[in-house]
Design a protein around this ligand. Structure first.
Ligand code: FES
Length: 377
């Protein structure tokens, strides 16, 4: 009798984090807080080889992200190559650096989708949150993306410092002709975890924003789709993070390190593999980094005996580690977790915080809220 387990499916989603370099310094950035430690970036040829290998394993969606992927001069070449392999290609960008000639080149390369991010609805608020003067440039870029014929997809990360501007944000999106507005409340990883005391909203802010989004949905109908993602910390059941560890998602960091999610690099006790030294097939099927939390055999209670474990996969390993110091714990967002009280405390403490500009993403020892902004390129 053959008792061999069937081989798991390959990755579906490949995220190419081309660089951690970025002209913006957002307080909620999910990049690693020590992102300057690793300065090397994969060559064009190494990226192409990675794209090819992942496609051969079944990946169909290819996202180009960062940092700011436009800072790579070979972005168009990589998009064209991904397109030629049959990927659906997606660019996740601040828009800064997206000049008309580049837009045209990306169009010619076959880019399927662009998502541009804004930080807020006004110049003052947008520029303060990113610590750069970028609002006016973003307005121009959004219009150019739309004129070039892509559907307009706008992303705004929400938190205590901008949730009260929800109407103005939606009005701005409407004025810009946005077809799809992603209102994603901050999830607390990387710089956002460091800045969480300043970013976690009040219950009242969140309730009001949800209510206003519904009013706008009723008003706008199909003219603009509004997605509102509630922050994890306000939930009682965990999100099925990454649709399960090593299940569909493969992220490649700028230096070639392969990760089951963008945040996993900070987990201790892992030696995540690199595409410079291992094949994507080995990484996906054999490496400890991708197999350790795949499936449910690693789980302990309460996840092990939970009827929802096949739906939520125990939640998020990175969140479990950040909050409990142990990545094998149930995600503390879950009300069944013995550590759920910590999440409740984070939220409760935030209710009494005075507004604070947070600490910026830039690693300058003396960086203070409100310090001089830099002009974007
Ligand atoms: Fe890493 Fe959820 S962000 S597993």
């Amino acid at each position: 009798m053959n008792t061999a387990q069937p081989r798991p499916a390959g990755p579906l989603w490949l995220l190419a984090e081309l660089t951690y370099r970025c002209p913006l310094h957002c307080v909620f950035c999910y990049n690693p807080v020590d992102y300057t430690r690793e300065q090397t970036e994969l060559s064009t040829e190494a990226w192409k080889d990675t794209l090819k290998q992942a496609r051969a394993l079944g990946a169909v969606q290819l996202g180009f992200s960062g940092g700011e992927p436009l800072l790579r001069d070979d972005l168009e070449e990589l998009v064209a190559y991904g397109h030629s392999l049959g990927y659906y290609t997606n660019l996740i960008t601040s828009g800064i650096g997206l000049k008309p000639a580049r837009l045209e080149a990306l169009k010619q390369a076959g880019l399927d989708h662009i998502q541009v991010s804004f930080q807020d609805a006004t110049q003052a608020a947008n520029d303060a949150l990113s610590d750069t003067k970028t609002f006016a440039k973003k307005l121009e870029i959004v219009q150019a993306v739309k004129a070039a014929g892509w559907p307009m997809v706008l992303n705004v990360v929400l938190h205590r410092l901008n949730l009260d501007h929800i109407d103005a944000i939606i009005e701005l999106a409407e004025k810009l002709g946005v077809e799809y507005l992603e209102l994603a409340n901050t999830q607390y990883y990387g710089w956002a975890y460091q800045n969480k005391a300043a970013l976690i909203p009040t219950h009242e802010q969140l309730r009001h924003a949800e209510e206003r989004v519904q009013v706008w949905r009723d008003k706008l109908g199909n003219a603009m789709k509004l997605l509102f993602v509630v922050p994890d910390y306000f939930e009682k059941t965990p999100k099925p993070c990454m649709s399960g560890w090593g299940n569909v998602f493969l992220s490649i960091s700028p230096d070639g390190t392969a990760l089951p999610c963008q945040a996993a690099r900070m987990l201790p006790g892992f030696d995540f593999p690199n595409v410079k030294t291992h094949s994507v097939e080995h990484i996906w099927y054999e490496s400890d980094g991708f197999t350790r939390y795949r499936g449910d055999t690693w789980m302990k209670d309460p996840c092990r005996t939970c009827p929802d474990k096949s739906k939520d996969y125990g939640g998020c390993r990175c969140q479990a580690y950040l909050i409990t110091g142990d990545a094998t714990q149930a995600d503390p967002v879950c009300h069944k977790s013995p550590h759920h009280e910590k999440v409740v405390q984070f939220v409760e403490q935030a209710q009494h915080m005075s507004p604070n500009a947070g600490i910026y993403r830039v690693q300058k020892a003396a960086q203070q809220p409100g310090a001089a902004m830099t002009e974007a390129p």
